[in-house]
Design a protein around this ligand. Structure first.
Ligand SMILES: Nc1ncnc2c1ncn2[C@@H]1O[C@H](COP(=O)(O)OP(=O)(O)O)[C@@H](O)[C@H]1O
Ligand SMILES: [Mg+2]
Length: 254
């Protein structure tokens, strides 16, 4: 196959020009970074698993009417997506205190929050993705109040749906990060879910034991990093070894 033109290489993925105008190919790498790329490493097989996990979650979200950039998976490491104008925000949802929230506010990690909390970070590596408020976002024109209304509505639906989906396979969705983009169709603009949803940007804990199955295993040198990602895919019933045409549904926990 003819090699595609590379448009961007990020920390976890490479973007190539897609086969049709308005499409992109996302290639999932095994590279892992943490703490704003101060820590770097490789998680063998991560790209394959994240490609598959993100495909699965975006498809399930599409089925409940969440607009996403996902078109189809092309192979083990690549998926075809609609090109969008990325809104430069990391939209974080938290259900249980962990990571920077636990540290900054002195809340014991693992404490269930009184309600789901949405936080925004300005997507800017040079500034180390600083936390921002709605005021900053609208004043600097990164998104309008109308865009933010859509983003909040979509984010809460994604959170409710994914919390239930993961709980059904014995996993607590502690927190996660989403990215959104603008998609124009004729003269209409829609906000759609973009980027990826995977153990790279979710905190996923075993619902019974609290064992971590996400990038914190890499961030905190907990070992068995590959196994954590694999276990998430296994519980969702989508380990690539099962074969594309032989996909099982989620394994329901007793
Ligand atoms: N549908 C899309 N259209 C355009 N850009 C996208 C789309 N989905 C994701 N992106 C962007 O592609 C990049 C994905 O590569 P990644 O390695 O995650 O980069 P980064 O290091 O910037 O996080 C991100 O910058 C993300 O915002
Ligand atoms: Mg990224």
């Amino acid at each position: 196959m003819a090699r595609r033109r590379q448009l961007y290489e990020g920390k976890a993925k490479i973007l190539f020009e897609g086969p049709e105008p308005g499409t992109l190919v996302q290639y999932f790498k095994d590279d892992a970074t943490a703490f704003n790329a101060q820590k770097r490493g490789t998680i063998t097989g991560k790209g394959v698993l994240n490609n598959r996990i993100s495909e699965y979650l975006m498809q399930r979200l599409g089925e409940i009417g969440i607009p996403t950039h996902f078109i189809r998976r092309l192979n083990m490491r690549e998926q075809l997506v609609r090109e969008v104008e990325i809104i430069p925000l990391e939209v974080v949802v938290r259900n249980v205190a962990a990571g920077s929230l636990a540290t900054r506010l002195g809340i014991q990690e693992g404490t269930r929050l009184p309600r789901s909390i949405i936080e925004y970070y300005y997507k800017n590596d040079a500034l180390q993705d600083p936390m921002v408020s709605e005021e900053h976002i609208t004043a600097f024109g990164w998104a309008s109040t109308h865009d933010l209304d859509d983003i909040v509505q979509l984010t809460l639906r994604v959170n409710d749906f994914l919390s239930g989906l993961f709980l059904g396979v014995g996993i607590t969705l502690v927190d996660f990060k989403l990215e959104f983009g603008r998609l124009w169709e004729n003269d209409e603009m829609r906000i759609v879910l973009a980027d990826e949803i995977s153990p790279d940007n979710c905190r996923l804990w075993d619902a019974k034991t609290g064992e971590k199955m996400d990038k914190d295993r890499f961030r905190r040198d907990l070992g068995k990093v590959e196994e954590g990602y694999q276990e998430v895919a296994r519980r969702l019933g989508i380990l690539p070894e099962a074969g594309i045409r032989d996909l099982k549904g989620p394994e329901v926990m007793q």
